[in-house]
Design a protein around this ligand. Structure first.
Ligand code: SF4
Ligand code: SF4
Length: 315
């Protein structure tokens, strides 16, 4: 629960199992080891890192377990910490280095509010242009895509690289496309005004008035859970205004369409992701799907035969 200044660690786990109910990794595997509770309990009993590795790598880092834990354990933070101790995947490290090299030598950030699009949005230049023009924001030349990968894979972040990225961003208004980077930026830039892409677009009347009651709206889980208490009100109002269904369950937890590890870095969806997406849409007959995260558009298009649009494509 990131909103709490003092989250607790795994020794506090009481074994109540509430976190299992919202965990896509657990839902896909039905194996207690593949759950936040399983990882916390294994740590209490001194399990070796190698025993935990399959579950640590299968976690989507969606953050759904964090707000539901009555003991206020930062479960996804625990998993991110443990990932840093695992042997690195060479191809994922290469991805991080590639993004880092692309950011080297970029111009300093221009003045004013900025968009940090992230890799998924940058991969679709037409959509990126649309988002920029809708939000009226300049794009940060260095959007920290390598840092987002490092957070996801447990990779190293060199202090000088972090300083260069944060230089000039302190106290600024930023719209951040990558949910994991957004979460981390809340502690790197405590004085900044930070919003996720979905929240920023959802606040525009030109977008909001085009969301229809027959739509199914997919909230981006990482950004939502990273600022859960505040964003619950945003999405409750959006749902009331538009009448659409959302991937929010009764506890206001966003069920992600992914159920396998490293979802933002995969070239294509895994079997678990397709099953999770089908489960998410089970019993629903939406006329259209709306996503906040461009990476989820392609996945959902694989499992349903209705238009799947990014929010920006509504305008
Ligand atoms: S919700 Fe928290 S206390 Fe309950 S089993 Fe999960 S980690 Fe343990
Ligand atoms: S972050 Fe998501 S996938 Fe990972 S343990 Fe928590 S609920 Fe499960």
């Amino acid at each position: 629960m990131y909103s709490d200044a003092h989250p607790r660690d795994f020794p506090a786990c009481s074994g109540c199992s509430l976190c299992r109910l919202v965990c896509p990794m657990w839902r896909a595997r039905r194996d207690p080891r593949f759950s936040p509770e399983g990882i916390a309990k294994a740590r209490q009993s001194g399990a070796a890192l190698a025993e935990l590795a399959p579950a640590l790598e299968a976690c989507t880092l969606c953050g759904a377990c964090d707000p539901v834990c009555p003991e206020n354990i930062d479960l996804s933070g625990m998993i991110m910490d443990l990932r840093r101790e695992l042997p690195p995947h060479p191809e994922l490290v290469a991805l991080q280095i590639g993004y880092q090299q692309a950011a080297e030598g970029t111009e300093p950030a221009p003045a004013g509010a900025l968009l940090l699009p992230g890799a998924a949005l940058r991969a679709d230049p037409a959509l990126l242009d649309k988002v920029q023009s809708l939000l009226g924001l300049r794009r940060a030349p260095d959007d920290g895509a390598d840092l987002a990968v490092a957070l996801e894979i447990g990779g190293e972040i060199a202090p000088q690289r972090l300083r260069r990225f944060l230089d000039g961003l302190e106290g600024r208004s930023l719209v951040v496309g990558d949910g994991l980077l957004l979460r981390q930026l809340r502690s790197w830039l405590p004085a900044g005004r930070l919003q996720g892409l979905g929240e920023a677009l959802g606040n525009l009347s030109t977008i909001r008035r085009r969301i229809a009651s027959a739509d199914f709206y997919v909230v981006e889980a990482r950004a939502f859970h990273a600022d859960h208490e505040r964003l619950v009100a945003h999405y409750d109002t959006l749902r009331k205004d538009c009448g659409c269904a959302m991937n929010l369950d009764l506890q206001r937890i966003a069920m992600p369409p992914h159920a396998s590890g490293y979802p933002g870095l995969r070239m294509g969806p895994a079997r678990e992701d397709l099953e999770q997406s089908r489960w998410l849409l089970q019993g629903r007959t939406p006329a259209r799907i709306l996503v906040e995260n461009p990476a989820e558009r392609a996945l959902l298009r694989r499992v349903i035969d209705v238009p799947v649009l990014h929010l920006a494509e509504l305008a």
